[in-house]
Design a protein around this ligand. Structure first.
Ligand code: AMP
Ligand code: ZN
Length: 117
């Protein structure tokens, strides 16, 4: 996709350090972090959203989530994390290339997302 920033990063046209990568996914730090260490797991291929992505990539997706958090966890000494995926405009999606937010958490950090109690 010509005009997709995540495709440009995936192809190395825009150079961004990678936290972790496997055959189909890679992770980078979010450009506008909501919490310390806020990162994104991004598909190397252009799928618009979770519905557009083949279910067979699920294992590699979870591998990238786990390994990204393992690296962030060591770096930041965080104590937990949230995985968030915004889908479609009504779901708050701004970049139409499937990605998953990794939000490192610490006890009593005060950060709240709407699914929090
Ligand atoms: P959303 O589509 O709502 O899940 O949000 C897209 C996320 O991508 C936002 O948190 C942005 O800060 C992030 N983002 C957009 N462009 C870049 C970029 N070039 N590098 C890193 N993160 C980005
Ligand atoms: Zn793309």
């Amino acid at each position: 996709m010509d005009d997709c920033i995540f495709c440009k990063i995936a192809f190395g046209e825009v150079r961004v350090p990678r936290i972790y990568e496997n055959e189909n996914f890679f992770s980078i730090k979010d450009a506008h972090p909501k919490v310390e260490g806020h990162s994104l797991v991004i598909s190397k291929k252009h799928f618009k959203n979770v519905l557009d992505m083949p279910s067979s990539l699920g294992t590699e997706l979870i591998d990238c989530v786990k390994n990204t958090y393992a690296k962030l966890g060591k770096e930041l000494k965080c104590e937990g994390f949230n995985v968030v995926s915004n889908n479609f405009k009504a779901g708050g999606q701004e970049v139409n290339h499937v990605h998953f937010h990794i939000l490192p958490r610490k006890e009593d950090d005060g950060f709240r997302i709407f699914v929090n109690k």
